[in-house]
Design a protein around this ligand. Structure first.
Ligand SMILES: [Zn+2]
Length: 245
């Protein structure tokens, strides 16, 4: 028996299936990531095909059976298609990166309501924002890293446990985290970071969008966090949308 329910999700991927259908991958609040077929969605009479475009926030009627790999969707309602993201390359780059992280790094069926809510909020914010696209993504990346269990320690030196707030220079060691001014030269592959970077990492952990930081520093932190993820998750090869856009 299938269990029938209404679920909310973000469309991560959409492929054509057979002559008339689509298979979509959704990141949902209720069941985490799942794949489902929408039968007949490519016929001209169906109103469902366009509603499940990649990145759309949708509500669907789902027939779900745990033992089945691909579930069935019978109805789709559009909650938010994020129109401004789709018409702006910079926003699209970061929003695509958000979807990519979920596709690559979240196991199927891994339910995490906080990650779901944070993802919707990041996409809404990207859709609305005038100039904070990189900040929104940097903040999301920091949050995402924490939610998947690789939180970066910002209080103490990862080597000697010294209080980092008393340090005036730092280094970032991609397998461990942040080193204080005493330890920063211990490892050749640790990358020097400035007080500005350190303050920015702390800021990204708070509720604000860190508008006072230079865009250059924000982009450097995004690169650093990407490196950190690649180091911790060997099968992850980096964010592809950064190479396309
Ligand atoms: Zn130290």
């Amino acid at each position: 028996m299938s269990e029938i329910s209404t679920v909310k999700g973000i469309v991560l991927k959409k492929i054509e299936f057979g002559d008339t259908s689509h298979i979509v991958t959704l990141y949902t609040k209720e069941h985490g990531k799942l794949s489902a077929i929408i039968k007949g969605s490519r016929s001209s009479k169906s109103k469902m095909g366009n509603k499940v475009d990649v990145m759309n926030f949708v509500e669907v009627v789902l027939y779900r059976k745990k033992s089945r790999e691909v579930q069935i969707i019978s109805q789709v309602d559009l909650i938010n298609p994020f129109p401004k993201i789709k018409e702006n390359l910079e926003k699209l780059k970061y929003a695509t990166a958000v979807l990519e992280l979920l596709l690559a790094l979240i196991p199927e069926d891994d339910v995490n309501e906080r990650l779901f809510t944070g993802t919707v909020k990041a996409l809404e914010k990207l859709d609305e924002s005038e100039k904070l696209d990189a900040n929104i993504f940097a903040k999301y990346l920091m949050f995402f890293i924490k939610e998947i269990g690789y939180e970066i320690q910002l209080q103490y030196c990862t080597e000697c446990n010294a209080d980092l707030r008393k340090s005036d220079s730092f280094a970032f060691k991609p397998d461990q985290g942040i080193l204080c001014s005493e330890c920063k030269n211990l490892y050749d592959f640790a990358e020097g970071i400035t007080k500005e970077h350190f303050d920015l990492l702390n800021c990204l952990n708070t509720k604000n969008y860190c508008e006072n930081f230079r865009k250059r520093a924000i982009k450097q932190i995004i690169k650093l966090l990407e490196k950190y993820l690649i180091y911790h998750i060997p099968e992850f090869k980096g964010i592809k949308s950064f190479q396309y856009y």
